[in-house]
Design a protein around this ligand. Structure first.
Ligand code: B12
Ligand code: SF4
Length: 451
């Protein structure tokens, strides 16, 4: 039996092919490969930079689906179905809205793959593939499973190893899809499994793609203690309330943490309250100063994540948020438009208030473009929101801002290694800002082998 795993792209640019130059290894596919019985041949194709060989013989195709790749995932699935190949879809979007996903494949798998994957393969081999499998969320995710990374070789991914210590988060920010997926629970792997996974591969630069690595501070401390002797460098995502725990921060730094993606979201206390962001209760430009100063003292290079388009936002306040990010010399920053992901409280609120654009299903719309507003904001037009968020990304990633932000002695200039990382990734992200903006979802009409 041969299994083909696929990571779909978002879509295409108007006048040229889109190749994601900042692409990272698709961890979920490495896990699916590891869960697959040894006698099954596994191949993987990544639509972000290679053509999908629809006519290459295969028995079963499995595609991972996020909301922003759903349209493309469905196109790929349907191309294989046309050729008589059965398709299985799973991932974030499949859990959020399984009924929709089921319309575009032979089998939808809801939730984490670990408890249900092998049964699906055995059913398929017996000619008895079910149309839906639903996982009971395991207390210990990815138990004793190490992702198969051989399938990533030669595909030009960034030289950083993705792995997880935990999945989910116990907070309930109103816009967050992940907390809906995990029903506001946080699940940790055994620390020994994580250590074994790190030892199983060669790289010393790691990206823990946890939703919130410090969600359970005691368990995070256990992990950090175990990382110290491994002498790795790592980045992850964590909530700002971690700064309250000095021991946690000390261990984090000792274990090789270079920096974290932190959800600042907004500099307005009103917006922070609206989005139910309990970890940032104090949100406001002045109050964040003490957090930013602490992050500098710990020598962490911060990727500040902002969401823009909240009811308290205006064009001016969003512009001020960008000024704030440049002034504070963050290493990286994201200015993501507030997006109504299906199943989130934000989605329901926007639906009730009649503020959803694109018929409520922006991810399926032929008109929708990546990084465009898909809700009617309170204090500006959708077009103004799209424009000001793009403006923030352009300004934060401008050459002048890159030079200015570099000059932060305790973070970006801390060591030659830190400075080099800064210099390599800032121009790369700058390029992606322009390439991704306004991209169509799906590839129909582009240079795809299916056309
Ligand atoms: C790492 C990450 C990134 C990385 C990309 C990593 C990569 N490999 O390319 C970066 C930082 C670049 C990124 C960018 C973005 N991301 Co992101 N990202 C994540 C994060 C934190 C982890 C993803 C991951 O690797 N998880 C680990 C794997 C093992 O978990 P998993 O995918 O859930 O897989 C398990 C199950 O879902 C299931 N499964 C998955 N696929 C399949 C397939 C089959 C067939 C089956 C059976 C099962 C199955 O089994 C797996 C094992 O149990 C998630 C949060 C999350 N919890 O998923 C957000 C997340 C996926 N990102 C999100 C978003 C919005 C984005 C951006 C659009 C942000 C922006 N505005 O720019 C961009 C777009 C990226 C792009 N393509 O250009 C949202 C998506 C929401 C949604 N509903 O789809 C998430 C969920 C964050 C959130 N809190 O809402 N991201
Ligand atoms: S803290 Fe982060 S991961 Fe947790 S619910 Fe809020 S946005 Fe989601």
């Amino acid at each position: 039996m041969k299994l083909t795993l696929i990571k779909p792209n978002i879509g295409r640019r108007e006048h040229s092919l889109y190749v994601d130059e900042g692409r990272m290894e698709p961890l979920q596919l490495g896990i699916l490969a590891a869960l697959t019985p040894k006698d099954v041949e596994v191949v993987m194709y990544d639509d972000r930079m290679e053509q999908i060989p629809y006519d290459e013989p295969t028995d079963l195709v499995a595609i991972t689906v996020e909301t922003f790749t759903a349209r493309r995932a469905y196109e790929i699935s349907e191309e294989f179905q046309k050729r008589g190949v059965k398709t299985v879809l799973g991932g974030m979007h499949a859990k959020l809205i399984p009924e929709e996903v089921a319309e575009h494949c032979d089998c939808v798998m809801v939730g984490d793959a670990e408890p249900i994957w092998e049964r699906m393969i055995e059913d398929f081999r017996a000619g008895n593939l079910q149309s839906r499998y639903e996982a009971v969320q395991p207390e210990c995710p990815q138990l004793h499973v190490i992702a198969r990374r051989d399938i990533f070789e030669g595909k030009g991914y960034l030289p950083i190893t993705l792995l997880q210590f935990s999945r989910g988060c116990s907070h309930r920010c109103s816009f967050c899809a992940s907390t809906v997926y995990f029903d506001a629970h946080h699940y940790c792997r055994p620390v020994e499994d994580v250590v074994a996974e790190i030892r199983s591969q060669k790289r010393r630069l790691l990206f823990f793609v946890d939703d919130n690595i410090v969600c359970d501070r005691q368990k995070a401390k256990e992990l950090f203690r175990a990382l110290i002797p491994l002498k790795v460098r790592w980045v992850s995502q964590g909530s700002m309330d971690m700064l309250k725990d000095r021991e946690l921060m000390e261990l984090m730094v000792q274990s090789g943490c270079l920096g974290l993606v932190i959800g600042f979201e907004s500099i307005s206390p009103e917006c922070i309250a609206q989005m139910n962001k309990g970890t940032n209760r104090k949100g406001s430009e002045e109050l964040y100063q003490s957090e930013i100063e602490q992050l500098r003292q710990w020598g962490l290079q911060t990727w500040a994540a902002f969401t823009v388009g909240h009811d308290g936002d205006t064009v001016e306040s969003i512009r001020a948020t960008c000024d704030f990010a440049i002034r504070n010399k963050f290493t990286f920053a994201a200015f993501n438009i507030l997006m109504p992901y299906p199943g989130t409280p934000l989605y329901r609120q926007m639906e009730q208030e009649g503020r959803l654009l694109y018929g409520g299903k922006w991810w399926l719309s032929e008109e929708y473009r990546f990084n465009y507003a898909s809700i009617v904001p309170r204090n500006m037009s959708p077009e103004e929101l799209t424009e000001i968020s793009f403006d923030c990304r352009k300004r934060f990633n401008s050459v002048g801002s890159i030079v200015r932000r570099a000059l932060e002695p305790r973070t970006n200039l801390r060591t030659p290694y830190r400075f080099l990382t800064y210099l390599i990734y800032n121009p790369l992200f700058r390029k992606e800002v322009f390439k991704k903006q306004g991209m169509r979802f799906g590839m129909k009409g582009a240079n795809d082998t299916s056309e």
